[in-house]
Design a binder for this molecule. Structure first.
Ligand code: 16G
Length: 245
């Protein structure tokens, strides 16, 4: 924890830098689950920071659920919650996936409306020049725990009023007879950028999975192009493979 090696005057408040440093330690397993943190005074000595700074950093980790404090016995690294195992062979929605596990879904809205499409949305949805898209961006939570950031774009004739989406997008599409029946997904590894990591409650640079889903209606028309960022520490994606002939 030699402060010379990681404290930088340009990297924001010192307590934030210390918090990130500790988060990184937890993510890397240097501070394993159930291990105890050195007492505040010791941490302050080790880092050359004030006790107030140390206390602030620890307080944020408690708020984020990474550390628990027990009266009289100090601070401990919290046991990670079990991962969600998600099958890759069924075209399901987030709400369905979570309710099957007995978890309730909540969403925080980041964006919901009609927008000019991004270049990749134009391509994925085969939009014509000047055509707008319905876009909904949500932080998706299950059982109160942030799981993914999802940005869905749909052609306006499929979702004319994005404000109508209040809970499940797929249930709404289903109700209007436009439930996708087929999808193509591309999964890639990412290091979560600061803003997304913050929303997902993990340290900047934590491993995440980027999933891009393009889904189609029965008649072959593109219904949705959704870019999702899943927490790598919360998800395992599972696919069943068969020998092809
Ligand atoms: C899933 C889909 C996403 C879809 C959403 C609808 C993946 C990678 N993505 O998260 O494409 O828009 O479900 O969920 O599985 P909702 O019906 O709960 O709104």
């Amino acid at each position: 924890l030699d402060p010379e090696q990681w404290l930088s005057p340009s990297a924001g408040p010192r307590y934030v830098q210390l918090r990130r440093r500790l988060e990184q330690g937890i993510a890397d397993g240097v501070l394993p689950a159930n291990s105890s943190l050195p007492p505040e005074r010791e941490l302050a000595d080790m880092t050359d920071l004030s006790r107030v700074t140390v206390r602030k950093a620890i307080h944020e980790l408690v708020e984020k659920g990474l550390i628990i404090q027990r009266q009289g016995s100090g601070s401990f690294v919290r046991e990670a919650e079990p991962k969600v195992e998600q099958s890759l062979s069924h075209l399901t929605s987030f709400t369905q996936d979570m309710s099957r596990r007995g978890m309730e879904t909540t969403s925080s809205w980041l964006e919901r409306g009609i927008f000019m499409p991004s270049p990749d949305e134009v391509i994925a949805l085969a939009l014509s020049t000047g055509e707008s898209v319905a876009r909904i961006t949500r932080l998706r939570e299950a059982g109160g725990r942030p799981m993914a950031i999802e940005r869905a774009a749909l052609p306006l004739d499929i979702l004319p009023n994005p404000l109508e989406v209040t809970t499940s997008l797929y249930e709404l599409l289903d109700a209007s007879g436009q439930r996708p029946v087929r999808a193509v997904q591309k999964i890639s590894a990412v290091n979560l950028p600061a803003k997304d990591a913050e929303l997902l409650g993990v340290a900047e640079g934590t491993a995440g999975l980027s999933i891009k889903r393009t889904s189609f209606l029965e008649n072959g028309r593109v219904a949705e192009y959704t870019q999702s960022l899943y927490r790598g520490d919360a998800y395992d994606f599972v696919a069943e493979l068969r020998l092809s002939n």
